[in-house]
Every structure is written in structure tokens, then in C-alpha cells.
Design a protein around this ligand. Structure first.
Ligand SMILES: C[S@@+](CC[C@H](N)C(=O)[O-])C[C@H]1O[C@@H](n2cnc3c(N)ncnc32)[C@H](O)[C@@H]1O
Length: 436
């Protein structure tokens, strides 16, 4: 009987990511001694059959804490936010549990060992979302140029979940703990602490995020003994892109001493590239709405000696191989500046431009849609015949117009929702190929 288990959860849409996670575990010989257990939050029959040959146990996820149907809205995958606090109930035969979200994967076996070691003696093994290179920990709105209104992720959730201002303040500037990967022993008091906090946060807050807030409360308010593991044990690529080390053929931290990334989370552009085969060495790319720069960074890694022009209203840090233009893309002089830097037609134009949200979803979607259309029309002028255009769009009123414009300019138009894009966000991506 295997002593320890790795657990994850998926529904039918996330199944491909779950398969990648399982494959990333199984490529290590050491995985033979660790069970893989899966919580099913809406997998289909074929998927379950396929899984049954690869994993040790599959159980249906339940609502372990009752939540009103009005909050669920048929999003059964939200069970993952609750059931992960009850793992020994589902899979009682193990000593230690390592949870890994299905959109993450194991890059180095030492991370699995560290998590299992970290949870010895009832401790929680987990990683904080803080480390060298992280630039933003909280959102700030400046009033009259001087007065800062600061909203941290923990504080925002705490207020929404009505856990009381004192507790909210205690959590406000504690480094956020990411619950996407964690370890706990079967008999740890961490489970009941977390479950009690989760019952409290679920009462008023959204389901999504409640489990994270509850674990932050357990650690920072209830003082659950915790082993804080290095950032590279749960590397979130949407916060800071790793570097690719050509010699070791693996991802490493972007700053010296470039430690190997042990476990990493998926990212939208990487998924788009994997599906549509957008980037290759030597091509030219325009990245519009590029700050803080993770798309450009990824492009710079994959196009190698190619060229990238990155444009944004905001100043960006220097990225290899990129020409950076600061300014409003919709201004004719900025578009002229881009064109002046081109010597040949470009291969890829991508736009992740998004306006500062007003909170009124229709207005945000329309304004971002206008930016997308402008980028599309611009790409027609600068792109090679076989060029590819990628842009973020929001489902909403302008959606049909954007697709129609895409079909007018390009021969092939696809709309794609990456698995790493939150299901409850209206964001999607349009991918257009081959100019008409
Ligand atoms: C979601 S962020 C882009 C993130 C980026 N793809 C990355 O991976 O780091 C959207 C960006 O669009 C930029 N933006 C919005 N309107 C713009 C405009 N008219 N011209 C240039 N950039 C714009 C914003 O400044 C913001 O940095």
C-alpha cells in the first residue's frame, strides 16, 4: 500500500490539463511509490475510463460545506474550492496528502519530496506568493496624487467575506499564500482549522477565493504551524515568467542563481502557442498592450534571434530582443513609430490590450473590443500574407462585430478560451491566420 498521495481535481473542460499534470508526475520513477487520487467534478465517462488506467483512485467531489445554489450557478468545478479542505474524507488510506491544482505540473521531483517533508508533525507545507522579482503585492488607487488607497488580495476577500475588520487588517499585508499546491498529514489539526474558517468565509464571500482566504486565516490568525517552501515549489507563471535554460532543457527562476523551477502553473499565451503553433525561431512579433511584459518575455524566449516590438501606455522593464515603444497605440504617431521600426512584413501581431475596467462589464467589453478592432486593422497593413493575429476579446456586445471583421481580413478565424483563463471571466482570445 502506498503511504502518501498526490491529489487533484478536474471537470471535463480541465481534463487535458489534468492529463498533463499526471504525465508530469509519472515521468519520474519515484512516482511509483506515491498514489495519485483524483476528485471528479464533472468528468465524462470516457475521461474517467482513461484515467482509471493511470491513477489509483477516483472519487466524486461533493459540496462538503453547504453553499447556496445561487452561488454555484451550475459551476460544479467550484467544488474544488471546498473539497480540497476534506481530502482525508475522500481518500482515508494515506498518511500524507499533496494537493496540486490541475493547471500546474511537476518540473522536478524534489518539489514533491519537499512538500511531503514539510508537512511532518502536523505542519502545513505551502508557498507564499512573494519572492525576488515580484513587483506588485497590492493594488493602489492614488487620490489627489498623494493619498493611497491600497487593496491587497487578502484584504479584499476578507472584507467581502465579512470576517471582521480586525482580522481583515491582520491579513491585509501578510504575503498571500497560494493554495494551488499544499501538503498536510492525515492527522494534522490544519484540516479542521481550515474547514472551520472555510465555513465562515463561504457564508458571505464568493466560493472562488474563499478557500484561499480560509487558509490564510489559519496561518496568519490561528497560527497553524507552517513550513514555508521556496517560491520555485509553486511558481505562478502569470506573476513572473520563468527563464528557459537551453543547457538543462528546463525552466529556471529568472534571477540569479537561476534555481530550477520545481512546479509551475500554466499560462494563457503558452497554451495558445501549444494549440495554434504560433511562434518559432527567427520570426518577427508585435506585442500591443505588452506591460508588464510576460507575453513579450515568452515571445523573446521562443523567437530567439527574431525581433519583437512591444508597445504599451506604461513603461516596461527591459526584455531581451525587444524594441519598446511607450505610448497610446491608438495615436497615429505611435502607429507610425511602430511602422518605422519595421523592415519586413511581420509574422505575428498580438494584442492583450485592455482598458482600465470601469466595473460595468458591457462598457469594458466594448472599449476593449474597439482596441482589438484597431489592432486587427493595423495588422492588415504590417503583416505578411501568412501572418497570425491574436487578441484578447470579451464575450459581450462587440463579440460578433470583432469576429465579422476578423473574417473580412483573414481567411481563418478561431475563438479560443485557454484552460488557464478563469472560467467565470468573459475573456477569450481570437486567433486569425492568413490575410485575404
Ligand atoms: C492585461 S495587460 C497586458 C498584459 C501583458 N500581455 C503581459 O503578459 O504582461 C493590458 C495592457 O494594455 C495596455 N493598454 C491599454 N490600452 C492601451 C493603449 N491604447 N495603448 C497601449 N497599451 C494599452 C495597458 O496599459 C496594460 O498594460
Amino acid at each position: 500500500m502506498k503511504k502518501n498521495t498526490i491529489v487533484s481535481l478536474a471537470d471535463a473542460n480541465y481534463f487535458p490539463l489534468l492529463e498533463e499534470l499526471i504525465n508530469s508526475i509519472k515521468r519520474f520513477k519515484e512516482s511509483e511509490n506515491v498514489a495519485i487520487c483524483i476528485l471528479d467534478a464533472g468528468l465524462n465517462k470516457d475521461q474517467k475510463e482513461k484515467l482509471s488506467t493511470k491513477v489509483d483512485e477516483i472519487k466524486s467531489a461533493e459540496w462538503d460545506i453547504e453553499v447556496p445554489q445561487s452561488k454555484v450557478k451550475e459551476k460544479e468545478w467550484l467544488k474544488s474550492q471546498v473539497s480540497r479542505a476534506f481530502l482525508p474524507k475522500y481518500f482515508p488510506n494515506y498518511e500524507k496528502y499533496l494537493w496540486i491544482d490541475c493547471d500546474a505540473w511537476v518540473n522536478d521531483w524534489s518539489s514533491v519530496e519537499l512538500y511531503f517533508q514539510a508537512c511532518d508533525n502536523g505542519k502545513l507545507g505551502i508557498t507564499q506568493t512573494i519572492g525576488p522579482g515580484y513587483k506588485i503585492t497590492s493594488k493602489v488607487n492614488w487620490l489627489f496624487g498623494k493619498l493611497a488607497i491600497i487593496k491587497s488580495q487578502n484584504f479584499k476577500h476578507a472584507i467581502k467575506s465579512k470576517i471582521g475588520i480586525d482580522k481583515a487588517r491582520k491579513l491585509a499585508f501578510a504575503p498571500h499564500i497560494n493554495i494551488g499546491v499544499f501538503s498536510l498529514e492525515k492527522n494534522s489539526k490544519g484540516w479542521s482549522l481550515w474547514q472551520n474558517n472555510l465555513s465562515e468565509t463561504l457564508k458571505a464571500g464568493n466560493i472562488f477565493g474563499s478557500e484561499g482566504l480560509a487558509i490564510n486565516m489559519s496561518v496568519y490568525i490561528d497560527d497553524l504551524e507552517t513550513e514555508f517552501l521556496p517560491l520555485n515549489c509553486n511558481w505562478i507563471t502569470s506573476n513572473l515568467l520563468p527563464k528557459y535554460d537551453e543547457n538543462q532543457k528546463t525552466f529556471v527562476e529568472p534571477y540569479l542563481p537561476n534555481y530550477k523551477i520545481r512546479a509551475r502553473s500554466a499560462y494563457k499565451l503558452i497554451e495558445i502557442d501549444e494549440k495554434f503553433k504560433v511562434f518559432k525561431g527567427g520570426i518577427s512579433v508585435i506585442d500591443i498592450g505588452a506591460a508588464p511584459g510576460s507575453w513579450s518575455q515568452y515571445a523573446s524566449k521562443v523567437v530567439k534571434n527574431g525581433t519583437i516590438i512591444s508597445i504599451d501606455l506604461k513603461k516596461m522593464e527591459k526584455i531581451n530582443n525587444t524594441i519598446q515603444i511607450e505610448g497610446d497605440f491608438t495615436e497615429p504617431n505611435i502607429q507610425a513609430k511602430i511602422k518605422n521600426n519595421l523592415h519586413n512584413p511581420v509574422d505575428v501581431v498580438m494584442s492583450d490590450m485592455a482598458v482600465n475596467t470601469t466595473g460595468i462589464k458591457d462598457v469594458d467589453a466594448i472599449q476593449t473590443g474597439e482596441l482589438c478592432k484597431e489592432a486587427m486593422v493595423f495588422s492588415k497593413d504590417v503583416m505578411s500574407e501568412k501572418g497570425i493575429f491574436i487578441a484578447k476579446i470579451f464575450m459581450g456586445r462587440s463579440f460578433n462585430e470583432i469576429v465579422a471583421l476578423g473574417k473580412k481580413i483573414f481567411r481563418e478565424v478561431k475563438v479560443f478560451k485557454p484552460k488557464s483563463s478563469r472560467k467565470d471571466s468573459k475573456e477569450s482570445f481570437i486567433i486569425c491566420k492568413n490575410l485575404r
